[in-house]
Design a protein around this ligand. Structure first.
Ligand SMILES: N[C@@H](CCC(=O)N[C@@H](CS)C(=O)NCC(=O)O)C(=O)O
Length: 242
């Protein structure tokens, strides 16, 4: 039975899993899910992931959620090159350190920018209070500074000379605000040089293909049926604005 991967490439953790699987020639059945249409709340998807989040995989009878756990599973199962998730104790710890930190830092703040600047005002038609927007920008800025100072320092990649899962997850997260037109690389030359290295290492074609949906999201939202995200509105507003 083939490996099924459930993804919507608008989502950062989905893009990490997609790029990791593609880059490592993992054969999989790409289940394209439209998060905005609410497929994750249906009965079918509940059997795959009761957390009702993407990404998720089904490998035979085995279902797994959480992007980090999925990539570690794929790394072990398909014996991907060591540099992705090094066997060396301290290098692996360095990767784990970033993967543990990111959830409540860059991932959370970068995602808020996308919701506050684009999706809530343009797709849900609700104005975001200025203080909320300013705080989100301030937190993202703080996280990016910490990323450069603590995680990247003066190394080409987070662990050293080679790319790892930490760089992949980080770059995909840092790209997210670009979906709302916020250029996070402006005035951050070190961050931009690192992003360009990671993009080269992943392969420009794969990197750009994976980011196509997020980078064209502003256009997509402009032509979106206003009713499309209506079903998510109460949950989104409660989560982000209450
Ligand atoms: N920690 C999880 C986060 C998963 C997650 O929050 N996925 C979002 C998309 S980025 C989702 O599926 N949201 C659907 C919903 O909340 O309805 C991971 O890394 O996989």
């Amino acid at each position: 039975m083939s490996l099924e991967i459930y993804l919507d490439l608008i989502s950062q953790p989905c893009r990490s899993v997609y790029i990791f699987a593609k880059k490592n020639n993992v054969q999989f059945d790409h289940k394209k899910i439209a998060l905005f249409e609410g497929y994750q709340y249906g009965e079918e998807f509940g059997k795959i992931n009761l957390l009702r989040k993407l990404p998720a995989i089904k490998d035979g009878d085995f279902c797994l959620a959480e992007s980090v756990a999925i990539m570690m599973y794929l790394a072990e199962k398909f014996h991907t090159p060591d540099y992705w998730y090094p066997a060396d104790l301290q290098k692996r710890a360095r990767v784990n350190e970033y993967l543990s930190w990111q959830h409540s830092a860059i991932r959370m703040h970068g995602s808020k920018i996308l919701w506050f600047k684009l999706l809530i005002p343009k797709a849900l038609g609700v104005e975001v209070p200025k203080e909320k927007m300013d705080t989100a920008e301030e937190y993202l800025d703080g996280s990016l500074k910490l990323f450069e100072e603590k995680f990247l320092q003066d190394r080409p990649f987070i662990v050293g000379d080679q790319i790892s899962l930490a760089d992949l997850v980080a770059v995909v997260e840092i790209m997210q605000p670009l979906g709302a037109g916020m250029d996070v690389f402006e005035n951050r030359p070190k961050l931009k040089a690192w992003k360009d290295r990671v993009r080269e290492e992943i392969g420009v074609e794969l990197f750009d293909e994976a980011h196509q949906a997020i980078l064209s999201l502003q256009e997509a939202v402009e032509t979106m049926d206003p009713k499309k995200m209506e079903h998510m509105k109460p949950k989104i507003l409660k989560h982000f604005l209450s």
